[in-house]
Design a protein around this ligand. Sequence first.
Ligand code: AMP
Length: 394
Amino acid sequence: MKKTIKDYDLKGKKVIIRCDYNVPIENGVIKDDSRIKASLKTIRYARKNGAKIILLSHLGRIKTEEDKQKYTLKPVADRLSKLLRKKVTFIDQTRGKKLENAINNMKEKDIILIENTRFEDLNGQKESKNNIQLGKYWASLGDIFINDAFGTIHRIHASNCGLAENLPNGLGLLVENEIKKLTKLIENPKKPYVIILGGSKVSDKIGVIENLINKVDYLLICGGMAFTFLKAAGFNIGDSLLEQDKIAYCKKLLEKHENKIILPIDIITSKEISENAKTNERFLGEIKDDEIGLDIGHKTTEVFKQYLEDSKTIFWNGPAGYFELKPFQNGTKSLLDIISKTKAYSVIGGGDSARAAKEFNYQDKIKHISTGGGASLAFLEGINLKALDLINEK
Ligand code: AMP
């Protein structure tokens, strides 16, 4: 068992907490603050126990000096202050005297948020390449390191691995909860167990498929990735998304697990991807050469429902269609509705499917929505996650 923040006496200690504040910001306005809200529990716990709290996070990718303005964490500090109803001091540096002085002057329960860790990437990708000196420097600012950023648990960065390598450490409450919830999907999941995979690419999902195919009863495939499977099964897919180099893989998988893998039987197609697109509902075999498959059809939803309604465990990653546009939302919405009415232990694996659940107002009707898209897939792939491995055992 990994140590958590609860295993440490925090009183008077400088506690560095790696949060995931990689939130959408447009013109300085935060568009979705759920990741900020998700971090409050750990911060409140640390305050209650008398810690001096130093928060850090990355935001976006920093490739040029101009990116710095767009990706400053200042708006996050302001939102955090409002949500906590406590002052959060923002330090517009990732290193240096100003930061060090601010930390040295902290009192118990004070909170500091330092500037976007990826500002360090401008000079040799120090953050993203886990520069040894940077990890050591950040560690020198605190006494204990807490990793509460599930969204980057599959990354090897100075702000997670570098810090964990150089300080006594533990998990934050958010990461502890994510691990608890996701572990239920790999250790003795209740059966029938159904996985839905959608989104754009087969290649992103191969690791999960390989690790879970023998644990699940059914694998329902939808989204853009369904078309490589349909092509492999011998159907014309028109102008739909295709990963040519994955056809052979899909073919093999279909042969090996023909009773487990459930493909769409009808498709919403269009000649264009736009808000006013004219759509057709086509059975397999009817898709025209100049049509793009952009959502699953009603008959597919009915078939998927039969598998989902009796299931006891459901994991879903990747939308069923091009859900950003109205004409292609129905499949994703319908699946959310079906899942929300089952009694199954249902988990949505972050990313776009989590965004869809929020946008269509199903976030409270799903048992768990992960805060990490790539991270939850990596966790379910069962690969070694260094940022997690480095956390001390109890
Ligand atoms: P991913 O990041 O792999 O989970 O993919 C999510 C993206 O897949 C979303 O932006 C969806 O719009 C897109 N998507 C889902 N279904 C389709 C489809 N049939 N054709 C093209 N893109 C799709």
